[in-house]
Design a protein around this ligand. Structure first.
Ligand code: ZN
Length: 432
């Protein structure tokens, strides 16, 4: 019943996975040090001899790298191959400043296609299935990652890219889309339009979602609303793009392709490893990339390792819990720490509340307060929202209830968090 793109690699024994990781880690340390003085200098400072590095058991001796390193080394300071051997690049800009660039050689594109291809097949996609790719084809890695992987898995690609929801629906109907890739907020948009126009997508069975953290409650709305099985794909520009892992049909955690990546979970502040099962910051090392292998990249994603045991699907690669949020996005309001996805989870528990909302963080003289605007069907009252948030988060923010369709929509990743500074006497007007 369960299918694999690469059965041998996906079902390696734990011993074999660890032996392979050990060998590849030693190789990547020696390779990067030899290819680029930036890496060599960092190893030297950390007291690591790249030619005699001890492998996995010494991984904590290797220095971390971060988004800031990518920005400082823009455009190709961390690249390990000559520019004329590159095949493609992707980039993410983030909220401020210099972008993060990930260059790829032809070998890297094959590696990416392999990872993404495994995800499609794991979700149940079969050779010849129509696969509609709604993330944009551009600098953002999503569209092209889905494309390379779909080629590898032998799917029939409908590369719509972002936007034009009416046409997306028409193409999905006309070409019998069975697999659709999208960001969560965009699938909400499609669901909304289907409902308004009284249409359906009877062939659609598999939804692959990435790029935004989403709550279990949101997932439930999507799976029932579209009548699909929903998968949570993981990966980022710095690791070579989306597809380094995804959950399988058992939905008991995100399998990370451990022959390609090492996952660690560390304390966000101290950088010390935390035991399996405990939450911390996810750190990724890419073991099989040529142009820009990351070594101990601090993702800022908060998560935990659920298990390293073999899954019912037969895969042996470890499983991560759903990413609970970006540590950079954690909010502290009235002394309570929480992630925006917790607000989403709480709101969507209320029947009649729609998956369109805004979180507004107001800063008055350094004191933060929260305002939540949400769309809801008639009958939902402010009191119901307040009560639910109080119960789940321990305090109730201010806010308004909007009619369906009143809050602004986006064609891509939704903007849900807004910052406002109300510091009347201060010369600084910027928060984030
Ligand atoms: Zn599994």
């Amino acid at each position: 019943m369960f299918q694999y793109l690469n059965e041998e690699a996906e079902t390696l024994s734990r011993e074999k996975i660890e032996a392979l990781q050990d060998e590849r880690l030693k190789r990547i340390v020696a390779y990067t040090a030899k290819s680029n003085p930036w890496y060599a200098e960092r190893f030297r400072k950390a007291g690591v001899d790249p030619l005699n590095f001890g492998g996995i058991k010494e991984i904590t001796k290797l220095p971390f790298c971060s988004k800031a390193d990518f920005r400082e080394q823009y455009p190709l300071g961390m690249c390990c191959v000559p520019r004329n051997t590159l095949a493609e690049m992707h980039m993410s800009s983030g909220s401020t400043g210099t972008p993060v660039v990930m260059p790829s050689t032809a070998y890297d594109l094959k590696q990416w296609a392999q990872c993404m291809g495994r995800c499609y097949v794991m979700a149940g996609a079969k050779r010849g299935d129509t696969c509609q790719i709604t993330p944009g084809f551009g600098l953002f890695n999503g569209g092209f990652g889905c494309y390379h992987g779909a080629r590898e898995a032998g799917l029939f690609i409908v590369p719509t890219g972002a936007g034009n929801t009416t046409r997306q629906i028409k193409l999905a109907q006309d070409f019998g889309t069975r697999v659709m890739v999208s960001v969560v907020s965009y699938s909400i948009r499609i669901m909304e339009l289907l409902r308004q126009t009284n249409q359906g997508l009877p062939d659609l069975k598999i939804g692959i979602f990435g790029a935004e953290s989403f709550s279990a409650e949101m997932k439930k709305r999507i799976t029932t609303g579209l009548g699909i099985d929903a998968f949570d794909i993981y990966g980022m520009t710095e690791t070579g793009g989306i597809g380094l892992g995804m959950d399988c049909p058992a939905h008991e955690g995100i399998h990370v392709w451990e022959d390609q990546y090492i996952v660690e979970v560390v304390d966000h502040e101290t950088g010390e490893p935390v035991p399996d099962g405990e939450f911390g910051e996810i750190v990724i090392t890419s073991l099989n990339r040529e142009a820009l292998p990351v070594i101990r990249f601090k993702t800022s994603d908060r998560g935990r390792i659920l298990t390293r045991k073999k899954c019912v699907c037969g895969r042996t690669h470890l499983r991560l819990d759903t990413i609970s949020g970006r540590l950079d996005d954690m909010l502290i309001i009235s002394g309570v720490n929480f992630f925006p996805t917790q607000i989403e989870q709480s709101l969507l528990k209320i029947p009649g509340v729609l998956p369109n909302y805004q979180i507004i963080i107001r800063d008055r003289h350094g004191i933060k307060s929260l305002r939540i605007n949400v769309e809801a069907e008639p009958g939902v009252t402010g009191f119901m929202v307040e009560k639910q948030l109080k119960e789940d988060l321990g305090f109730s923010p201010e806010g308004d209830i909007y009619k369906p369709g009143e809050l602004p929509r986006s064609e891509g990743k939704a903007k849900r968090i807004f910052y406002e500074t109300l510091d009347d006497n201060s010369s600084k007007g910027e928060t984030k």
